[in-house]
Design a protein around this ligand. Structure first.
Ligand code: ATP
Length: 417
């Protein structure tokens, strides 16, 4: 089994990647380094799934190797603190890292890292299916290295941790196990599942930043609700916030947003937190250290949600709908569009999204000044009035706007006595 040759499979990787491999091999050989393709890319190659970014382990100095490559290959970024380098190659990314070994001072702590062998590097990984490596060295190019039974678990569709302390060492692996399980349609192996269940409380020991990294990973999946529902059942979501849950309601809403053509992390996040009170969502946002734009989406989603009872009324004027929905993040509108139970509120949101938000006034402030409107707040008020008239269909063209503006301007302009 150890001698399986993946040369032909490697050739199916994106062209930007396969093009760089020979140059990497030559550079590594000149320095006496050895190279291995490892992790998710090997897993996906064997599964016949499109491979994402590629990770390469270097038995040698990864940064030194990356720097020796021609700069024309792609944008190089060095991370000295981690001893790693990334090269952006068109739509893919190649990560080079020196082989390492890890030690955890206490459960949930970030590991201390030292240089190690290939075996060390594979042993520190999360699941057997991610421990597969392929040699990129001229002498045994394409040879598959399977120290932990990864191939067998790929065939058996199992996500298996390498040892019983895996989740205690790093509780983020709970998120990762579920993400792979649901993405690949695998099962978490029974022993692994019991270790995972015992490790759930450990999620409390990790920083919100790390949880967000994993949560964002889940939200990037094609159907994030699958992993969210599973994580919820396993009790992992409760560790982030005591009343956070994912259930059939959430699953249905996530599917509904995709049916509308949206696949967006902010919308999924806003749906996940939709049923929290505003104050609870704020606590969660603080804990996860969410970015300003994401916090805005959550806040806007809440602000629109409280308007839904009014938005659900029949016969609202277009200008009223506009006023109620104008200025909010588009993702918040989309979230409420799928989350609202009122068909009329949904119609009004769609009407705003598809029509009202695009309506503009043709006249500018300068046109109004020419008509004699005095500088100052009147200009803004009049433009607002023109917009409302446009929205409600009382004016339909520039000429209509001009005649309405003239009538109103006459009220502002001092009349000759
Ligand atoms: P994806 O397909 O989602 O990108 P990936 O397997 O490439 O998945 P990454 O998060 O890019 O995953 O990580 C690259 C590799 O690093 C993994 O395949 C795994 O071997 C290892 N790894 C990542 N995170 C951990 C972790 N928390 N513990 C142990 N190994 C990890």
């Amino acid at each position: 089994m150890e001698d399986k040759d993946l040369t032909q499979l490697i050739a199916t990787l994106p062209a930007e990647l396969t093009a760089i491999l020979p140059q990497l091999g030559v550079a590594a050989q000149a320095k006496g380094y050895r190279l291995f393709l490892v992790g998710g890319v090997v897993r996906d190659l064997l599964l016949g799934r499109p491979a994402g970014d590629a990770d390469i382990i270097v038995l040698g100095d990864a940064i030194d190797l990356a720097k020796s490559l021609s700069p024309s290959l792609g944008k190089l970024t060095i991370h000295p603190a981690f001893g790693t380098a990334s090269i952006i190659l068109g739509n893919t990314r190649l990560d080079l890292a020196s082989a390492r070994t890890e030690n955890y001072a206490h459960p949930g702590a970030l590991p201390t890292i030292c240089l190690g062998t290939l075996k060390d590097d594979l042993r520190r990984r999360d699941f057997t299916v991610n421990t597969l490596a392929v040699s990129l060295n001229a002498t045994d190019y394409g040879r598959l290295i399977d120290d932990h039974g990864g191939q067998g678990d790929l065939r058996a569709h199992l996500i298996r941790a390498l040892h019983e302390h895996s989740f205690a060492d790093d509780p983020t692996r709970i998120w990762r196990a579920v993400r792979y399980e649901q993405r690949l349609g695998f099962n978490i192996e029974p022993n692994t599942l019991s270790w995972l269940a015992m490790g759930i409380m450990g999620l409390k020991n990790i920083t919100g930043n790390r949880v967000w990294h994993e949560l964002a990973g889940v939200l990037r999946e094609d159907a994030p609700e699958k992993a969210l529902v599973r994580l919820s059942k396993l009790g992992a979501l409760r560790q982030i916030h005591p009343i956070l849950r994912a259930d059939s309601w959430l699953a249905e809403k996530c599917q509904a947003t995709r049916a509308l053509g949206t696949q967006s992390i902010p919308v999924y996040l806003a749906l996940l937190t939709y049923r929290l009170k505003n104050s609870e969502a704020e606590v969660l946002a603080d804990y996860l250290h969410l970015s300003k734009p994401l916090r805005r989406v959550l806040q806007n989603t809440h602000d629109i949600k409280v308007k839904l009872p009014v938005l659900g009324r029949y016969g609202l004027k277009s200008s009223t709908i506009y006023q109620m929905l104008h200025g909010y993040a588009p993702e918040s509108l989309e979230t409420n569009l799928v989350a609202s139970t009122s068909p009329q509120a949904r119609r009004n949101i769609m009407f705003y999204q598809n029509k009202l938000r695009k309506i503009k006034v043709s006249l500018k402030g300068s046109d109004l000044i020419k008509l004699g409107v005095p500088l100052g707040p009147h200009i803004g008020e009049l433009l607002q009035r023109l917009l409302e008239s446009r929205l409600d269909g009382q004016v339909t063209c520039r000429a209509d706007e001009l005649s309405l503006a003239k009538t109103i301007a006459a009220c502002y302009t001092p009349q000759p006595s």
